[in-house]
Design a protein around this ligand. Structure first.
Ligand code: C2O
Ligand code: CU
Length: 478
């Protein structure tokens, strides 16, 4: 039955579309499994499930509790699917960078080599690790060209995370420096397939990246691209896959754009949200449109009920309204399988009441060199915007006094959104990034459990570069 379905699916793929572009989507496959087929029950489950998406880093350490990998950043000419050639920055020659995956509790060691023509660091977005390993250039001296650094930390929570530089991030991320992280939990539900889809946009003109931070518009609104990308595939040659009907998958989605908030719908397949920045949700929810601001992750369960073409559409504003652009296209073949029901249990989190409330006001001034973003009246404040004690629960009132939006990101901690500012549907679960709409106020409750000095900034990377970058200090419990 399965091989018949496979033959049909392959035939469909050959007759309807040109051969798929060479995507960096197939990591080395352990013998006996196929990346795009439901896994047969195996006598011994592999230590880490296969995740479809950017090819995975190879674990160089035989110790099952240690993941030890090597990453090199370098300038490189990259050919995107469809043939565009671009001068980019890559991790290990891959765009997006390779998948880093581990199990909860694993120690992760990353031997990093900087072969870029400029200093850099790596930030592990969303992981609650030590501040010494967080890629914060106020703590870690940026790694000079030719330099090396070993990142060494323990993955405490399961979920979907990502990594990117934290030096001139607006330029380095745009040029291609980002990659996915999956931390697998012991109680993770088993899907037919997991995919990591990294959504981005880049601004191209004349076959390359125009200069950075040169216009007031870019400082005001961030750099909005004109090419949408999914795992590096541009929207005119979108990412694609072939599946049989009846399949149920887990997609891990991240928005890695410099500035563009994404509004997504899925055509000809069902989906519900099962996870967020901080891992699986206690209960799934459905939404017609999924909005993801930059930095955020959403895990969705995708069910293919009927044959045809399922398309992930990105809705982008145009001068005349909105365009729905397919960024991921899935050919769904026929099969008589009925999708399974998948359930999981997340232990409820104990309720925590904030002991105090801190207000942060965001505004913009123009002092002649273009706009500067300010937190409580200061651009790039040098004093902490909040000092707390490990274990404290603090309500943060985020007041946006200007028109442009801010995806506010706090390193090293999780928070929950209590009031989304009358905007979007409520985003439940643990978050590290929240969308603060223009001229609105958003309330979050932060669980400041991880001691250290933590960056708190707008994830519109241009805003962070021109002022919107502060520090939250969490003092160790005495
Ligand atoms: Cu995704 Cu301060 O970072
Ligand atoms: Cu901002």
């Amino acid at each position: 039955m399965r091989s018949l379905a496979l033959a049909f699916v392959l035939g469909l793929s050959l007759s309807c579309r040109p051969p798929p572009p060479p995507l960096p989507e197939t990591p080395a496959v352990p013998s006996g499994t196929q990346p795009d087929q439901p896994a047969d029950p195996e006598p011994e489950t592999p230590r880490l499930p296969q995740v479809w998406g950017p090819g995975a880093l190879e674990d160089e350490n035989p110790d099952p509790a240690v993941v030890e990998v090597s990453l090199t950043a370098r300038a490189e000419t990259v050919t995107l699917p469809g043939g565009r050639t671009l001068s980019m920055y890559t991790y290990n020659g891959q765009f997006p960078g390779p998948l880093l995956q581990a199990r909860v509790g694993d120690r992760i060691i990353v031997h990093f080599q900087n072969d870029l023509p400029e200093p850099t660091t790596i930030h592990w977005h969303g992981l609650r690790i030590s501040d010494q390993m967080d890629g914060n250039p106020r703590i870690q001296n940026p790694i000079e060209p030719g330099g090396r650094f070993t990142y060494d930390f323990v993955a405490k929570e399961a979920g979907s995370f990502w990594y990117h530089p934290h030096v001139r991030a607006n330029e380095q991320v745009e040029k291609g420096l980002y990659g996915p992280i999956v931390i697998h939990g012991d109680a993770d539900p088993a899907y037919d397939l997991e995919r990591y889809v990294m959504l981005d946009d880049i601004l191209l003109s004349g076959g390359g990246f125009p200069p950075f931070l040169e216009t007031g518009h870019e400082m005001m609104h961030g750099r909005l691209g004109n090419v949408l990308l999914a795992n590096g595939a541009p929207h005119d040659e979108p990412l694609s896959a072939v599946v049989p009907t009846g399949r149920i998958e887990r997609w891990r989605l991240v928005n890695t754009a410099n500035a563009r908030t994404l509004h997504l719908t899925l055509e000809n397949a069902r989906f519900r949200v099962i996870g967020s920045d901080g891992g699986l949700l206690e209960s799934a929810y459905t939404t017609h449109r999924l909005s993801i601001t930059v930095g955020q992750r959403f895990d969705v369960e995708v069910v293919y009920d009927s044959p045809g073409t399922a398309r992930l559409l990105s809705h982008v504003p145009t001068t005349s309204g909105e365009a729905a652009i397919p960024v991921f296209v899935v050919d769904v073949g026929t099969n008589d399988a009925v999708p399974r029901e998948i359930t999981w249990t997340v232990p409820p989190r104990p309720a925590r009441t904030p002991g105090r409330t801190i207000t942060l006001e965001f505004d913009v001034v123009n002092e002649g060199h273009g706009p500067m973003w300010r937190i409580n009246g200061q651009a790039h404040p040098t004093e902490p915007i909040l000092t707390a004690t490990e274990g404290e629960t603090v309500k943060l009132v985020l007041v946006n006094k200007a028109g442009p939006e801010h995806p506010f990101h706090l390193h090293g901690q999780f928070f929950e959104i209590v009031d989304q500012g009358n905007w979007w549907t409520h985003q439940p679960g643990l978050k590290d990034t929240v969308y603060v709409p223009g001229l609105k106020t958003v309330e979050i409750i932060a669980y400041l459990d991880n001691p250290g000095r933590w960056m708190a900034h707008c994830h519109i990377l241009e805003h962070a570069e021109v002022g919107f970058m502060g520090e939250v200090v969490v003092e160790p419990r005495p």
